[in-house]
Design a protein around this ligand. Structure first.
Ligand code: NAP
Length: 174
């Protein structure tokens, strides 16, 4: 049966790719939910759902991975209703992989098999750290697949973050 994994993927990085490969060792296919799909152009969520979709699909296709479905998922104003919202948008699945205790709890209470996974190489493979490096001129490219680096440059992502930092009051990266 399919598995489900959700994240904001701001941006999609090598840690996400490794987790997806690991999930696919146990599942015939994976549904990847792009969480907080309505957000973009903030320091915490700089990339649109469409840009994140492209980052994930091009990376997985380059890796020869075909057994995935990507579903952008907007947040809803009620945690108890969120699982039903996810179910209304995705193909059926039985297992959920998440390290977010709230996400795990919400799915567990609806009878799903909610599992956690080990985060890998967090010193470099972390959305927050990558966004910080993009903003501060650090070495962010090695932490993302080449195709993601290309997409970030194509959408002028570095200058987007720099411009956003001029308007946000705090650093807002987390
Ligand atoms: P997240 O904010 O993207 O991730 C939380 C933490 O887990 C981050 O440190 C993230 O690292 C890490 N992480 C997530 N997926 C990972 C992966 N595959 N590999 C490595 N690290 C990973 O989001 P999340 O908590 O996992 O996803 C939950 C999404 O569901 C959010 O968009 C949230 O808004 C949504 N949600 C909505 C509701 C509602 O609408 N009521 C309720 C529950 C959840 P990185 O920063 O490196 O990715």
């Amino acid at each position: 049966m399919r598995s489900f994994i959700v994240g904001r993927f701001q941006p999609f990085h090598k840690g996400h790719l490794e987790i997806i490969k690991e999930v696919l060792r146990d599942s015939p296919s994976v549904i990847i939910g792009i969480g907080s799909a309505q957000y973009s152009h903030t320091l915490k969520d700089p990339f649109t759902a469409g840009e994140r979709y492209l980052m994930i699909s091009s990376t997985l296709e380059n890796e020869g991975i075909r057994n995935f479905y990507i579903v952008p998922i907007e947040d809803v104003n009620s945690n108890p209703l969120w699982v039903a919202h996810v179910e209304s948008l995705t193909p059926k699945f039985r297992t959920v992989y998440t390290n977010n205790p709230l996400v795990g709890r919400l799915f567990y209470e609806k009878g799903y098999d909610a599992r956690s996974f080990k985060l890998i190489n967090r010193k470099f493979w972390s959305g927050t750290k990558i966004r910080e490096k993009i903003l501060n001129g650090g070495e962010w490219e090695p932490a993302v697949p080449q195709t993601v680096a290309d997409i970030i440059k194509e959408v002028d992502g570095v200058n987007r973050l720099i411009d956003l930092s001029k308007t946000d009051e705090d650093d807002g990266l987390d």
